[in-house]
Design a protein around this ligand. Structure first.
Ligand SMILES: NC(=O)c1ccc[n+]([C@@H]2O[C@H](COP(=O)([O-])OP(=O)(O)OC[C@H]3O[C@@H](n4cnc5c(N)ncnc54)[C@H](OP(=O)(O)O)[C@@H]3O)[C@@H](O)[C@H]2O)c1
Length: 290
């Protein structure tokens, strides 16, 4: 069995002395085999954090581990299908054996489904598989790891969500419900466990250029955040520990939707319709569908 990670700081030090937010910290990132998770792992390893990388594809995790090692960093890999509750339980049991404590858990693994509701009449499984990975797996993993996260008197959970959970987006019913559930879980964690030393951050990203967005033709014509900039939000969240990080546009629409749902949703519907109409010529010219 590999040697256990030792606690990166004592509880007393955490309260009395300013410490480097990254060096020697143990950070677990799910979905670290590509995209935002891979890039965040590399950025954090470069700052001296010890990474635990979780995803299904072992070969891709090994590739990320080797890149981190080659750059002088430290990472271990934990292949796991988070959509399988038994695999999450086995991962939790293994981590509880190997670790004394965990500084940061980044719940980043996720799947997106973009499909109009009227094309989903016989597809309730779209809703089941998004909620399974984006919400239920996060709950299961987080509950299992809370003892490690609280072991030193302070720890952090960063849940990766989407602007879709804040500004209702057509064709994303399954995805945005799963991310809205995740946001609600983040708030529950925060309100119940802040006094125990748990810091909780929701990151609601706008479009980010990754494997997740690559197959959707229309995204090529929309502004997309670069993956390095998106990963930097996670790095900064570890130092600054905000409750939420997102865009002003998403926040504005969320406030409007809570206060005045009917006009806000009408405005949003018009916003997306106009955007689609503007892009339709480009998509048609390229032989692509919206
Ligand atoms: N890209 C965007 O525009 C965007 C916008 C808002 C929010 N987000 C969120 O950002 C997060 C990262 O997405 P990304 O854009 O970086 O996409 P990505 O490149 O497709 O990465 C998704 C990651 O999740 C892992 N994963 C998928 N299913 C899994 C499972 N069942 N068990 C374990 N790991 C699994 C994948 O690894 P394996 O295939 O190896 O398992 C991969 O590492 C997601 O939560 C996504 O919802 C993305």
């Amino acid at each position: 069995m590999p040697p256990a990670f030792v606690p990166s700081k004592s509880p007393r030090m955490a309260k009395s002395a300013p410490t480097d937010p990254y060096r020697g910290k143990t950070v677990l990132i799910t979905g670290a085999s590509s995209g935002i998770g891979e890039e965040a792992a590399k950025q954090l390893a470069a700052r001296g954090a010890r990474l635990l990388l979780v995803a299904r594809r072992e070969d891709e995790l090994r590739r990320v581990q080797q890149a981190i090692g080659a750059a002088g960093g430290s990472a271990r890999i934990y292949p796991c299908n988070l959509s399988e509750p038994a695999e999450v339980d086995a991962l939790v049991a293994r981590l509880r054996q190997e670790l004394v404590s965990l500084d940061v858990l980044v719940n980043n693994a996720g799947r997106s489904i973009r499909r109009p509701l009227l094309d989903s009449l016989d597809r309730p499984h779209d809703f089941e598989r998004t909620i399974q990975l984006n919400y239920l797996a996060v709950v299961r993993l987080t509950l299992g790891l809370l003892p490690l996260l609280l072991a030193q008197g302070e720890g952090q959970v960063i849940n990766i969500s989407s602007v879709a959970a804040l500004m209702t987006t057509p064709r994303f019913a399954a995805y945005q419900a799963s991310k809205a559930a995740l946001d609600a879980f983040s708030r529950s964690l925060r309100i119940e466990l802040a006094e125990k030393g748990l810091h909780v951050t929701s990151i609601n990203y706008p479009l980010v250029k990754t494997a997740m967005t690559a197959p959707t033709a229309i995204y090529k014509y929309l502004p997309q955040m670069e993956v390095a900039a998106a990963a930097a939000w996670i790095v900064e969240a570890i130092a600054e520990r905000p409750a939420r990080r997102t865009t002003a546009l998403a926040l504005g629409f969320q406030l409007a939707t809570v206060a005045m749902p009917a006009p806000a949703l009408r405005l949003l519907a018009g916003f997306y319709r106009r955007r689609l109409e503007k892009l339709r010529d480009k998509l048609n010219a390229a032989g692509e569908s919206a």
